[in-house]
Ligand binder design. Sequence first.
Ligand code: RB5
Length: 170
Amino acid sequence: MRVTEPIEPGYDGAIPTPTGAIRRVAVGSDHVGLALKTALAAACCKAGYEVVDVGVHETGRIDYNDVAVDLVRLLTNDKADAGILVCGTGAGMQIAANRYRQIRAVAVNDLYTAYFARSHNDANVACLGARLVALELAVAIVARFLATPFEGGRHQRRVDKLSHPPTIGA
Ligand code: RB5
């Protein structure tokens, strides 16, 4: 697979039908990410994913932290297989979601990172920056994230270490 092209040859702007382990997708955004999140949710729905939208649904300011927690709750209660969080850059959502041990959230504002976040890091939350990526690229990023399987093997050991980091003395 070519992972560095912005849009793959033949890509028609849609998210392919789910074929892998990810079938249920939770989506969320702050006020900055609302429009992109809504469009991505619609694209996932159209492709056949089961989508739960944890908000926001209005344009008033909201702290990204609060939305990230609502989405994490769904993942940790096995109500979703993966999450998509959108804020201005993806950074705030990534940091907020990664406060929780079960979460491996990655800011995926390019196709290369989207591919390796799944295949090497077994990322379960894709964070996108609405101020950084246009809709067409965002849809392609999400399509790649959802369709790419975790490779396992040597990467499993590293992912396990993420769940159980060593204690560091103060
Ligand atoms: C909101 O202004 C902005 O800080 C937020 O959307 C996000 O980019 C934070 O990381």
